[in-house]
Design a protein around this ligand. Structure first.
Ligand code: ATP
Length: 507
């Protein structure tokens, strides 16, 4: 599975999806650039989210707030004092790790061990295998489960108590080694704030220290009353935003899974106090349905309920996807109570209550948030789409076809138009077809190499349709259309192309 991930990273680079930032200067840690195909996929993901949240919900509108905000906002939100990661250094390798992540990886090891026992038993017992009973009775599984339970209990308590010494003690007791040096020579654990700061203006009395936002949510909170009033919004209503966020993350090993500059798609949904848990459940279901609508298999998604709630939340759940490196968070759904708005009311000294005409009273609304990373969603789609298939090529040789089965509405290029050869007016005809369709779909023209090679290049970037122009095209106005997933080919009229493709690619 780790191998698959390495291949995926290489594929992202080779086919113009994702490049290391500042590559010719040997890169910048955990910062990435999107290439010609990556930017199209990313834009399509954002549109898929925006349309489903803003266009399809009458009571949700969007905003685009600035990255720079008044520094007191981050004091009010708790980020200045509490947006920290617990860090630990290995004295031999001089490498720095997140203590909580080291412990989570240890927990995952026990889970893996249990999974392996289950897989072994499944093979042994076949059809008659009862997984639940096996887990409740098998000695080894019970031993691993007990270790997991004990570790999890200690870990959650240490986090809740912000007990840094205990985090270090867990790492020592679990005999966790540094992946680089292989030693257990650890420093103490200390808190590290994740916000980037910079300076604004330069006056005689000094510049203002400001932060690059670590989440887009606060831009929504401080604008909520502007939007509510100018949009005449009635509770319950939501405000959606897509934008960059910045975190000085320490763990920088998982490609675009954890970046220092990334993009978020967030919805803050404002509700009556007391109704927030009901809305939390609704959004939980709505968001899971959104993920599963992509067709990557329901068994690859799960909810992860939080054991430790952030100080502002009264319910929280993650949507997790089965990445090649295990189930990991793609999206968080949080019931944030009235914490943020109340804090801003207090710190700004401005009243930001909502007058509810039905109840005839004013209150600070409660908030349910859905928050998803664009880049993490991008990685999820790439991981789910990447496939290597054995096939027999035209000359009878066994071969591997690499294909990205990206859902057609999200595919970077929708249609490639390929003249069988350049001469006899085939190239001109192909260009004519593109000129006709390029306002509707992202099209690509390709005349280089054999048709087989050209198909494979399109498979590798996930193009759902290839259209080939040949001599028959000039006689009767038909082309062959080849479908990425089945590799089947049909002969169709040029005039039908638009409706065939629209049917598949519209969101
Ligand atoms: P994690 O536990 O993975 O650090 P988080 O719980 O801090 O994530 P949130 O603050 O809830 O994450 O952010 C919401 C979403 O933003 C996450 O589900 C993820 O998709 C995305 N996200 C957060 N941090 C990063 C990052 N460093 N790089 C890429 N995406 C991120």
């Amino acid at each position: 599975q780790e191998d698959v991930f390495k291949k995926l990273v290489a594929h992202c680079k080779e086919y113009g999806f994702v490049f290391q930032s500042s590559e010719i200067y040997d890169g910048l840690g955990a910062v990435y650039d999107y290439g010609q195909n990556g930017v199209e996929l990313k834009n399509n993901i954002k549109k898929y989210w925006w349309d489903s949240m803003v266009l399809l919900h009458e009571n949700v509108v969007g905003i685009d707030s600035a990255i720079f905000m008044h520094p007191t906002i981050w004091k009010a939100s708790g980020h200045v004092d509490a947006f920290n990661d617990p860090l630990i250094d290995n004295k031999d390798s001089k490498k720095r790790y997140r203590a909580d992540v080291l412990i989570e990886e240890q927990l995952a090891k026990y889970e893996d061990k249990i999974e392996k026992e289950v897989e072994k038993a499944k093979k042994r017992f076949g059809e008659s295998f009862d997984e639940k009973q096996f887990k409740e009775t098998n000695g080894r599984v019970l031993e691993y489960q007990a270790k997991w339970d004990e570790l999890q209990g200690r870990f959650v308590k240490a986090l809740n108590d912000s007990n840094l010494e205990e985090l270090k003690q867990i790492i020592i007791d679990q005999e966790i080694v540094c992946p680089i040096s292989g030693t257990r020579n650890w420093t103490d654990v200390r808190q590290f704030n994740l916000m980037f700061s910079t300076e604004m203006g330069s006056t005689a009395d000094g510049a203002l220290k400001i932060y690059l936002r670590p989440e887009t949510a606060q831009g929504i909170f401080v604008n909520y009353l502007n939007v509510q009033k100018t949009g005449r919004m009635k509770i319950p209503f939501g405000i959606a935003q897509i934008g960059k966020a910045f975190r000085n993350e320490i763990v920088a090993r998982q490609f675009i899974f954890r970046m220092r500059e990334f993009e978020q798609m967030e919805l803050q949904f404002f509700v009556r106090p007391g109704s927030e848990l009901e809305w939390f459940q609704k959004w939980k279901q709505t968001r899971m349905a959104w993920h599963q609508a992509l067709g990557f298999g329901q068994e690859n998604y799960r909810f992860h309920e939080h054991d430790k709630l952030a100080h502002y939340a009264n319910a929280a759940v993650d949507v997790e996807y089965r990445f090649p490196f295990g189930f990991k968070e793609v999206e968080g759904i949080h019931s944030r109570t009235d914490f943020d708005l109340s804090q801003h009311q207090q710190y700004s000294g401005k009243k930001i209550t909502y007058f509810d005409p039905e109840l005839n009273e004013s209150y600070v609304p409660f908030v349910v948030e859905t928050s998803i990373g664009v880049d993490r969603m991008f990685l999820q789609i790439m991981a789910a789409s990447y496939a290597e298939e054995e096939m027999t090529s035209e000359d009878g040789k066994k071969d591997i076809r690499v294909v990205l089965r990206i859902p057609a509405p999200l595919a970077p290029v929708k249609l490639a138009v390929l003249p069988l050869m350049k001469k006899d007016g085939l190239a001109e005809k192909a260009r004519e077809i593109i000129d006709d369709l390029k306002f509707d779909f992202n099209c690509q023209y390709d005349e280089k190499d054999s048709i087989g090679k050209r198909y494979r290049r399109q498979d590798a970037i996930g193009t759902p349709f290839c259209v080939t122009v040949d001599h028959v095209t000039l006689e009767d106005g038909t082309v062959t259309i080849r479908y990425r997933d089945t590799m089947l080919q049909d002969r169709v009229k040029i005039s039908d192309l638009k409706s065939i493709i629209s049917g598949e690619v519209s969101m």
